[in-house]
Write a new protein. Structure first.
Length: 173
C-alpha cells in the first residue's frame, strides 16, 4: 500500500494523538522521571515518523510503539546507571490508578510507597510489571514485545511479585 507524503503525515498525526499518552505512561513508569519519559516519547515518535511507511496496520503500529518505547526506556535506565543523575522527585509522578473499587478512596501514602517499591525493581522486571498490569498485556504479548520466551516472562512476573510482597512486608514492620 503506497501513501502520499500528506497521507503519511495525517496518519502520523492521528497515531501520535491516539498513542502519545500510552507511550509517555510506559516510559514514565519505567524511567520514573518525567523529563526522561518526555525525551523517550519524543524519540519514539521521531522514529515512528521515519518508519511509518513500513508499518502496515494499526495493530503493527501499536506493537511497534510498545516495543520501541520499552527498549528506548530500558536503554535510558542503563545509561543513567552508568552515569548517575539527580534522584527523582516522587511528587511529580502521577498516582497509580486504584484498581480495588470505585467506592473506596485510595490511600495516597500506600500509592506512593507502591511507586517507590516498583521503581526499586531492576529495569526488566519493572518493565514486565508495567506492561502486564498497566498496559494489561498478556504474557504472550509481553514476550513478543521484549523478544523473550513466554516462560521467562512468567518467571519474571512470579519473582517480581514475590519480591514486591517481601519488600512491602519488610516496609510495614
Amino acid at each position: 500500500m503506497t501513501h502520499s507524503f500528506e497521507d503519511n503525515d495525517q496518519r502520523f498525526r492521528t497515531l501520535m494523538l491516539e498513542h502519545q499518552s500510552m507511550v509517555f505512561s510506559i516510559a514514565l513508569r519505567i524511567l520514573g522521571d518525567r523529563s526522561a519519559a518526555e525525551e523517550a516519547a519524543q524519540d519514539v515518535f521521531i522514529e515512528l515518523h521515519a518508519k511509518l511507511g513500513a508499518l502496515a496496520s494499526d495493530e503493527h503500529v501499536l506493537y511497534w510503539l510498545r516495543r520501541v518505547t520499552v527498549h528506548r526506556s530500558i536503554d535510558l535506565v542503563r545509561r543513567r546507571q552508568r552515569r548517575p543523575e539527580v534522584a527523582m522527585d516522587w511528587n511529580e509522578l502521577p498516582d497509580l490508578p486504584d484498581l480495588s473499587s470505585a467506592s473506596t478512596q485510595p490511600d495516597p501514602l500506600l500509592s506512593r510507597r507502591l511507586q517507590q517499591l516498583v521503581s526499586s525493581l531492576p529495569a526488566v522486571a519493572r518493565t514486565i510489571l508495567v506492561l502486564r498490569y498497566q498496559e494489561d498485556m498478556s504474557p504472550e504479548e509481553i514476550s513478543g514485545t521484549l523478544d523473550m520466551p513466554v516462560a521467562t516472562v512468567k518467571s519474571h512476573l512470579q519473582r517480581t511479585l514475590r519480591l514486591l510482597r517481601e519488600k512491602s512486608t519488610r516496609a510495614l514492620r
